[in-house]
Design a protein. Structure first.
Length: 195
């Protein structure tokens, strides 16, 4: 049984470095890698992408398809359900190594009907909607950055500083330096509320 690894990036400015790291940490034995050309859009249906089609042609029943995270393969709800149907039809396992789907068995079927379990469908549809929203927000953010003359990237150090400032702006701290009350008026954690 083969371990088939699928990798993809959305733009030619991106790299597969993070995917490589996640998949290397997974310790996949004798991986056979199928990597799309850089810039293969997530809007293109996965079953129409050249390397994923090649992977499906190569695969045999009992093989496992490995991806770093679900959104490297699919984003939209219908795309996920289509891919799961093909994997089920071809008797292929799917192993997701990072992200929201990594702890779920997306191939779980009802023992009598063979249909995807309702809970799997619910989780897939909910997380797919989140993936579509993430893609839209990312696309809008990149367009806004380009309009300002930026490439839309933030250095990791600067990103950490921005997150720390945002956290400080969102909370009040007492003398102990512990978070005592969110500015938005939500629940207090940790410690007592100062109302």
């Amino acid at each position: 049984m083969a371990n088939l690894v699928y990798k993809r990036v959305s733009t030619d400015q991106q790299s597969t470095a993070w995917q490589d790291l996640v998949l290397a940490e997974a310790g996949i034995e004798d991986p056979i890698v199928f990597e799309e050309e850089p810039g293969t859009s997530s809007r293109l249906h996965p079953l129409q992408r050249p390397k994923f089609r090649e992977l499906l042609t190569y695969a045999r029943p009992g093989d496992t398809v490995h991806i770093s995270e679900m959104f490297r393969l699919v984003r939209g709800n219908q795309h996920i359900l289509d891919v799961l149907d093909v994997l089920h039809r071809d008797r292929l396992a799917l192993r997701i190594h990072d992200g929201a789907f990594s702890a779920m068995d997306l191939t779980a079927r009802h023992p009598r009907t063979g249909e995807l379990l309702s809970t799997v469908k619910f989780m897939v549809q909910t997380l797919a909607a989140a993936g579509e929203l993430q893609r839209e927000l990312t696309y809008d953010g990149l367009r806004a950055a380009e309009a300002k003359g930026s490439k839309g990237r933030t250095s990791p150090r600067r990103h950490g500083v921005q997150r720390a400032r945002r956290f400080a702006d969102e909370t009040d701290t007492g003398r102990s330096g512990r978070r005592t009350r969110p500015r938005s008026g939500g629940a207090c954690s940790p410690g007592p509320c100062a109302r």
